[in-house]
Design a protein around this ligand. Structure first.
Ligand SMILES: Nc1ncnc2c1ncn2[C@@H]1O[C@H](COP(=O)(O)OP(=O)(O)O)[C@@H](O)[C@H]1O
Ligand SMILES: [Mg+2]
Length: 338
């Protein structure tokens, strides 16, 4: 157990984790296959707050599944420590397993059992009584849109159905933390949207979620915060917005302008070029009488508006430039193939 912040021991050792952290990963290392084996995780640090959707984003082989494996007690770390709800995963394995659930990257449903049995067997393992586990299984299958398919064998299930069943199974023992490893890879758009809705709903109800993905748009849409991992290290950690702002070349403003009624065409570039902070002005395109321009640098929006007005140009739109998460990712990790 973590010592209270005021206890004398905490002044000497590492500070106790903040109460709001569901998971703390500190200096995590994992080397597979003995001392000469490859180091898949090379000292990872991050903390997941209670009730957030936290994304682990990285290319294939980055170390996402290994990190998840340590959190869920499946993989033994070779360095550092991981706390789940304040409990060390290597010392309190059973208590940790009660608090979390995982939807793995590949199906591990029991193909010899019916869908319903996959859920009730899981709940039996967690000590639920016969009646309660059946009721809860039926309720969860309905929730994930599998009502009427309870008695099917899971080898009759499509990929999307199998995954929804794994989510239902994961929720059987009411975990505080749900971990999904590349849950949308290979899913059709409907299943994917359903999954996103389910994840948001669980967050509303206070569940903490960890999601691994290599899909930038997905991470951007869904996650409160994202750690970008590459070659076994965290190379950036922020909100999606904060990450998008890491792209230096994308700093600036985009404006859409049109000549005022009765005014002649004026070169908008000339109007904006001398503005303080404007490093470069580029015309993106003109549609009808509307011209879109990008002013790279740190120009003041109010100053740009005044300059446009002075030239008889009307401002239609003004927005801050932001790179996509994909731009940021390539900026941070390079273009080398994995
Ligand atoms: N059981 C294992 N034995 C040996 N090497 C492994 C094992 N699992 C993963 N690795 C290696 O560790 C690295 C990280 O893999 P993984 O954690 O699966 O990454 P990700 O999930 O980000 O694709 C890869 O180089 C992978 O080949
Ligand atoms: Mg993986």
């Amino acid at each position: 157990m973590a010592a209270p912040a005021s206890s004398p021991s905490s002044a000497i050792g590492a500070p106790p984790p903040a109460a709001a952290d569901a998971i703390v990963v500190e200096g995590l290392r994992k080397r597979y296959g003995g001392a000469d084996g490859p180091e898949a995780v090379k000292g990872i640090d991050f903390a997941v707050r209670q009730g957030e959707i936290f994304g682990l984003l990285g290319p294939n082989g980055a170390g996402k599944t290994t990190t998840i494996g340590v959190i869920t007690t499946r993989v033994k770390p070779t360095g550092g420590r991981v706390l789940v709800d304040g409990l060390d995963v290597t010392r309190d394995e059973v208590a940790v397993k009660l608090r979390l659930a995982v939807v793995p990257q590949r199906s591990n449903l029991d193909r010899s059992l019916s869908a319903l049995e996959n859920l009730t067997f899981h709940a039996a393992y967690f000590g639920f009584g016969r009646r309660e586990r059946r009721e809860r299984a039926l309720e969860l299958m309905e929730r994930v849109g599998l009502k009427g398919r309870e008695d099917d064998r899971v080898d009759k299930y499509s990929g999307g159905m199998a995954q929804r069943l794994m989510i239902a199974r994961a929720l059987m023992h009411r975990p505080q933390i749900l971990i999904l490893d590349e849950p949308t890879t290979g899913l059709d758009p409907q299943s994917r949207l359903f999954l996103w809705d389910t994840m948001r709903e669980l967050r509303e109800q206070g569940t903490t979620l960890i999601l691994t993905t290599h899909d930038m748009a997905e991470a951007d849409q869904l996650c409160d915060r994202i750690a970008i991992v590459d070659h076994g290290e965290v190379i950036a950690l922020d909100t999606p917005r904060g990450l998008r702002r890491l792209l230096p070349s994308e700093q600036g403003l985009e404006v859409v302008v049109a000549p005022r009624e009765g005014a002649g065409r004026t070169d908008a570039t000339t109007a904006l070029d001398g503005a303080p902070g404007a490093e470069r002005t580029v015309v993106v395109g003109t549609v009808d009488d509307r011209t879109t321009l990008r002013v790279y640098g740190t120009a003041d929006p109010a100053d740009l508006v005044a300059r446009l007005a002075a030239r008889g140009l009307e401002l239609i739109e003004l927005r801050r430039l932001e790179g996509s998460l994909e731009d940021v990712f390539v900026h941070l990790t390079g273009r080398e193939l994995r």
